[in-house]
Design a protein around this ligand. Structure first.
Ligand SMILES: C[S@@+](CC[C@H](N)C(=O)[O-])C[C@H]1O[C@@H](n2cnc3c(N)ncnc32)[C@H](O)[C@@H]1O
Length: 352
């Protein structure tokens, strides 16, 4: 790495968000009010939230959903290692946030060109100023990163720092052949990092690594759930099986999620172990639930897809295949869409 040293606190704004005393709402922590705690947060190995609820202030000075953050340093390092940026490279980052990762990219791509796209104009402007103040040559674009940034394509490397469940083909089109894309893939239960190599035929393929829990790209947030609609017309059966492994086991959840793309999950815990597990799929207007009983449990399924049966089939396939770990799975992205596979791109999982 060459160029200027990159200090995280040079990029983190004076107001960040931390969990409040009630353990539920996020509340502001201001550098002016508590400079020591602010610095401690900046220097921690955790993600630091810099915006909540898309900056809307809908909860009167408090927040619920983090919508921009400076990612945890250990995951930033891991993604940069996977990306393998060298001097002189041209790099596109999706999700500028604070600008910290963009500065690290600029240091690695010394004498190359780093472009970063941020959807939120306030966040983009703040990052632009921080990068200029710290002396890092990064072009920050305010826009929708789903479209990439064709003006400076092709790129040698593309990194997304917000997660996706569908990889935009524009990212493949704008990365040169033999170039690399690193992104956090958002599964329905659990996520992973994906490292893709771009081919000259306009496809990209590669494997999953680690677990990765990133906030989603704004335009790929999960569909709203549809639990309980049409409940009177739902199909109900009893089952001796309480299949909660995908909800509590990270590998099982990741793999089963590959078979159920586009679904949303949930659970009702009522203070103890999960009592009701939920799945829904908005495009097909289908949902399913499993409610724990004593001895037998109740499976309820509504809509054209029988989501609980699909979940059981995916889990049974994973068990019968010897519980392969996430590193044995991969992803191919083509203009026609994306496909998941086990071991080699030829062994495609056939999802609904
Ligand atoms: C985890 S933060 C990025 C962290 C950042 N790389 C850093 O070093 O601070 C994710 C960012 O992605 C941005 N984002 C969400 N959807 C986006 C989109 N469609 N296009 C571009 N940026 C987006 C969010 O506003 C947020 O700032």
């Amino acid at each position: 790495m060459s160029g200027r040293p990159v200090k995280r606190e040079d990029f983190i704004p004076d107001e960040v968000w931390v969990t409040g005393d009630d353990g539920f709402f996020l509340v502001p922590l201001r550098r002016t009010e508590d400079p020591l705690r602010w610095l401690e947060v900046c220097r921690s190995d955790q993600a630091v939230t810099i915006q909540v609820d898309d900056g809307s202030d809908r909860f009167d000075g408090k927040g619920i959903v983090p919508t921009s953050s400076c990612s945890a340093p250990w995951v930033v390092d891991r993604m940069l290692d996977l990306l393998d940026v060298g001097p002189g490279m041209s790099v596109l980052e999706i999700g500028t946030g604070t600008g910290y990762n963009a500065a690290l990219l600029a240091a690695r791509a010394h004498a190359g060109a780093v472009t970063s796209v941020e959807v939120d104009p306030v966040i983009a402007e703040r990052a632009r100023s921080a990068l200029a103040r710290a002396g890092h040559a990064v072009t920050v674009i305010t826009g929708d990163g789903t479209e990439g940034w064709v003006e400076r394509a092709p790129y040698d490397r593309l990194i997304a720092t917000a997660s996706v469940s569908v990889v935009p083909h524009a990212w493949v089109e704008q990365t040169r052949a033999r170039g690399r894309i690193v992104l956090p893939f958002a599964g329905i239960f659990d996520g992973a990092l994906a490292v893709l190599q771009v081919e000259s035929d306009g496809t990209a393929w590669g494997r999953f690594y680690d677990t990765a829990g990133f906030m989603r790209l704004r335009n790929q947030r999960p569909d709203p759930h549809l639990w309980w609609i049409g409940e009177d017309d739902a199909n109900v059966r009893t089952s001796g099986r309480y299949l909660d492994a995908p909800f509590r086991d990270s590998t099982a959840g990741f793999v089963v999620g590959l078979w159920l793309p586009g679904c949303t999950t949930g659970k009702i815990e009522e203070g103890g172990p999960a009592k009701t597990l939920l799945l829904s799929h908005t495009p097909s207007q289908s949902w399913a639930s499993l409610t724990a009983g004593t001895g037998n449990h109740e499976v309820t399924q509504y809509g054209p897809r029988h989501l609980w049966d699909e979940l059981e089939a995916a889990y049974d396939w994973w068990m019968a295949t010897g519980q392969p770990t996430r590193e044995r799975f991969g992803l191919t992205v083509a203009r026609s869409g994306q496909a998941f596979w086990l071991d080699t791109p030829e062994q495609t999982l056939t999802c609904s």
